[in-house]
Design a protein around this ligand. Structure first.
Ligand code: SAM
Ligand code: SF4
Length: 512
């Protein structure tokens, strides 16, 4: 008698866009693994190419593209990637391609019309259907497109395969009730839906029990958390309670909105030791006229007032921001206001965007779009100014002692320079030199903590090389480092990829 064993089908999820998508991808991976798929093996070279924009599909039976529609030319890039995948699929019968995320929610059938080799299209409200759609597409030998208009299953109730053993994302809300005129998020992600605090706290406890020591709470507008269940103070209370989770060392959140940012949140940040001294506070523009046109209801003075109060309460807080250059109608005077606010705010760093019209948003139809060359010139001036400020602020860190949570594969040059890379408490990127006497057994693992002194401040990172000079260098092995090691050893035993955070299942999917 002969027995045939079928090889499990392998999958690869490629993520574009923001933390929400990164977190959604963890759920897509978790669901695929729960359905019996295994991660496709990828090598370091392929990962490198993926960072450079390649779709990295060799070897995978299922490729899922989790798309973003905020970035410029997002659709062109998607169809470029799908073109690459088409040629790979021609040589690999049975391979399936699925497209999800914001751009799928936006383009719907348009994806299979332009790329008929795509097997599955699903939206932002129905991640849960992916395994069933893949089966149905295979069975019917026809593309399956399923988009929901509203959320049916809160994504956090789905199985999840975390990317990192030591740091976890936890969603507190999805969607957004604001109507910023440049932004496509409310159209594609829908109205804000808040998760109840006990569910959020249970997930934090679950990821900490698995070894995570850092948690980042996610929402498009975390300050409006709780309005839907009648508690405007819910976010501050959640921070304080979550911060007391035994075993949790670092709590972060993103993004707050300047219009709704209240002093109870500042107080919770300042009095909860695990809430890290860091704040991402999106400015978008320093011009009050442009903020009005963007339908952002704060003004530059209020914004600067928030920063002042945060710094009074948390003197070492590193504050970062998002800024859009060239919103329709932006004059040189408006842009000068942005430069002025940026100079006064002294952000540790800024994510800067050239305005790009998103079809379907009010700003896309405004008459006075700013010419590309003008936007490019202003953009250059803004990043020049911010780079100078970031460098000065980083240089001010020289001589301070930092506790760095070591990250995985953080620095590509780390091998050559005998350094490890991670984030300081204030989320600055730090490369820490390993003294010569530290052998592989004593070297910090991803998830461990290293204490060192900052010796150099560059625009986008700090160097903490005190260990080379006989100065501060202390390694603290953590539960998270142990969890990383267990995941790596397990992956070696099974021939898979390292660094997985394990599968988190939190009850049955349900409608809320
Ligand atoms: N909820 C966050 C907030 O209120 O600031 C922002 C979420 S959005 C996904 C991330 C950033 O993308 C925004 O802060 C904004 O700076 C940028 N962005 C969004 N739409 C844009 C557009 N049409 N053009 C350029 N940048 C845009
Ligand atoms: Fe978009 Fe504004 Fe909502 Fe942020 S607050 S997601 S920018 S609509």
């Amino acid at each position: 008698m002969t027995t045939t064993t079928t090889r499990p089908r392998s999958y690869l999820v490629r993520t574009m866009g923001c933390q929400m998508n990164v977190h959604d991808s963890e759920r897509l991976a978790g669901m695929l693994e729960a359905a019996g798929y295994v991660p496709a093996a990828t090598d370091a070279l392929a990962e490198e190419r993926a960072r450079a924009g390649d779709t990295l599909a060799e070897g995978a039976d299922i490729v899922v593209l989790n798309t973003c529609s905020v970035r410029e030319n997002a659709a062109d890039r998607l169809f470029g990637n799908l073109g690459q995948l088409a040629s790979i699929k021609r040589g690999r019968p049975g391979m399936q391609i699925a497209v999800g995320g914001c751009l799928a929610q936006h383009l719907r059938d348009g994806i299979v019309e332009r790329a008929p080799w795509v097997d599955v299209v699903f939206g932002t409200h129905n991640l849960d259907v992916l395994p069933a759609l893949l089966d149905r597409a295979r069975h019917n030998a026809a593309a399956q497109v399923e988009i929901e208009e509203a959320l049916k299953v809160f994504p956090s109730t789905l199985p999840s395969k975390r990317e990192s053993a030591y740091a976890a994302w936890v969603s507190i809300s999805v969607g957004c009730n604001n109507t910023c005129t440049f932004c496509i998020v409310p159209t594609l992600r829908g109205k804000e839906r808040d998760r109840r605090p006990p569910d959020v706290l249970a997930e934090i406890e679950a990821v900490v029990a698995q070894g995570a020591i850092e948690v980042t709470l996610l929402g498009q507008n975390v300050n409006s958390y709780g309005v839907s269940f009648g508690d405007r103070g819910a976010f501050a209370k959640l921070l304080a309670t979550a911060g007391r989770t035994p075993g949790l060392e670092r709590l972060r959140f993103t993004s707050p909105h300047p219009a709704a940012f209240t002093d109870d949140v500042i107080a919770a940040m300042a009095t909860t030791p695990t809430v890290m001294p860091q704040l991402h506070m999106p400015l978008q523009s320093g011009s009050d006229r442009i903020l009005r046109a963007m339908r952002r209801s704060y003004r530059s003075q209020r914004f600067l007032g928030i920063l002042e109060r945060v710094r009074q309460a948390i003197p070492h807080a590193a504050i970062t921001t998002d800024i859009i250059v060239g919103f329709p109608g932006e004059t040189e005077e408006d842009f000068a206001d942005t430069l002025r606010v940026v100079s006064e705010a002294r952000f540790a760093s800024a994510f800067t965007f050239k305005y790009s019209p998103r079809p379907g948003t009010p700003a896309a139809d405004l008459p006075d779009q700013v010419p590309d060359d003008v936007v490019a010139e202003r953009y250059g001036r803004l990043i020049g100014l911010q780079e100078r400020i970031s460098t000065e602020e980083n240089q001010r860190q020289v001589g301070t002692t930092v506790d760095v949570l070591v990250a995985e594969g953080g620095g590509r040059k780390d091998g050559d320079t005998a350094r490890v890379t991670g984030r300081a408490a204030d989320n600055r990127l730090v490369h820490v030199a390993l003294p010569a006497h530290v052998g592989p057994e004593e070297a910090p693992r991803p998830g461990d903590m290293v204490r060192a002194e900052v010796t150099h401040g560059a625009p986008f990172h700090l160097l903490a090389d005190s260990g080379l000079r006989g100065g501060t260098f202390e390694v603290r092995r953590t539960r998270a480092g142990d969890a990383w090691q267990r995941a790596r050893d397990g992956a070696h035993d099974h021939g898979g990829a390292a660094g997985a955070g394990g599968t988190v299942r939190l009850g049955m999917p349900r409608v809320r």
